[in-house]
Design a binder for this molecule. Sequence first.
Ligand code: SGN
Ligand code: CA
Length: 530
Amino acid sequence: MNRPSIPLSGGLLLAAVQGVILPLQVPAQDKKAPRRLNIIHIMSDDHSYQAISAYGHPLSASAPTPNMDRIAAEGIRFDRAYVENSLSTPSRACLMTGLYSHQNGQRTLGKGIDSTVTFVSELLQQGGYQTAMVGKWHMQCEPKGFDYFYVLRGQGEYYNPVFKSHLSSGKYEREEGYVTSLVTSHAIDFLENRDPDKPFCLYVHHKAPHRNWMPDLPYLDLYEDVEFPLPETFGDDYSTKGEAAKVQRMSIDQDMTLVYDLKVGELEEEPTRGGHAAGLERGLSRLDPESRAKWDAAYGPRNRAFLESNLQGEDLLNWKFQRYVRDYLRSIRSVDDSVGEILEYLDSHGLAENTIVVYTSDQGFYMGEHGWFDKRFMYEESFRTPLIIRYPGCPGGLVSDAFVQNLDFAPTYLAVAGIKAPEEMSGRSLLPVIKKKGRQPLCWRKYMYYHYYDLPSEHNVLKHDGVSDKRYKLIHFYGGEEGDYSEFYDLRKDPDEMHNCIADPRYRRRITRLQRRLDKFRKELGVDEW
Ligand code: SGN
Ligand code: CA
């Protein structure tokens, strides 16, 4: 086992990992041997940074997330955190392996993972950590490297979901309650029953706020009177963008369904491009009669008023946006409660001082930007992901613009545990960034590679890869009907990515430079399609 070999000094425990030394107060009740830090990785599904009030976006002004904000107030908010493939299963495979999609095999939502690759959970377990995974696993292989797990089936269900656990011999068993609360209970159960003499790494993976955004019963009326602001780019007509933006099927106007997504169960079927009408009833039929009556009492009158008003055009579109965002934010409210419960547990059990708390999402999400919901594109709202870290000994209220990626989680957690990261891992430990209070170290990545592969698929986003250097972004789309093409954005002048400048001669040198960097990434990483 590799343990950090830094001696104790005075009243300080030194967590020394890969050259990083952070002072850490020893809790009064624990003056024994040096202890490695515990890790809690909380990850929700499809949670946009626009919907965390610590990020200060207008959308969250009326729907604050005080517990997530507490992590930011006591830690670091990362403003330039990204994923390498904006989709659940690939993002989770990256988290577990520290590898890009083409390296771990999980390129799309379907099959793919090379399950012979060692997971970070296995390395932590072998290195003396107690490991746990609760909530959405959503990998195409069995959980491995966990002492304790309670995982949902596939995408998971919002109401009375089924879980498979380390105790259930492969069987899924139904549990009574709301998914976010149940995931939290399993997390707390692990904390309660763990061996207190060993450090732990706990992954808490929420299903919420994944589509179709079903809130917990106490929150069915929350925000009903709030009018949320439409993003400025809501009406993007894609006039400067290529085929991908025009053929996608993730538009609130055209693809968001009245029954499944917007919960107007009074309608029979709907002539939408997605067509998911049965899905709403499938979710609601899991409720017991009393809970179902509460649901109907909340949505029934609103739905009838909506149907009677016969909204059209802009009014209908605004209604869809409001219903979407309200349900989405209601689901997040429960996730925020869960974060509060976990922080409270750490406080009351003397664990806050020796536990790293990370809050993130498996990717970002569109809250109407460019007229969309869903993710997948390399445009900022889905390429970026929220990331907030509270690290013992590190001051709070920090904001980082370090260029970090989900590839970095595995090497970070290994570094915390004092375990050498496998050579193949492409990411970097974030500890040097944390040590510099969020500032990007001099020797750090200047460019970031992204690759999306999932076509054909439900939302019809064309395959693409691309490179960003923080200021500029070059995206190469391929596999469409109109042939391959690239887009180029100047993020400082055009943070909303409304002006594709690929044909602007003033950017020629910069485009060539990024194109060279993209070619280099493809070659060095062994990318095999583009
Ligand atoms: C489901 C959703 C899609 C979503 C994917 C991927 N459809 O298929 O809207 O893009 O998951 O999401 S649904 O009808 O089942 O709700 S991911 O978060 O798992 O990547
Ligand atoms: Ca997701």
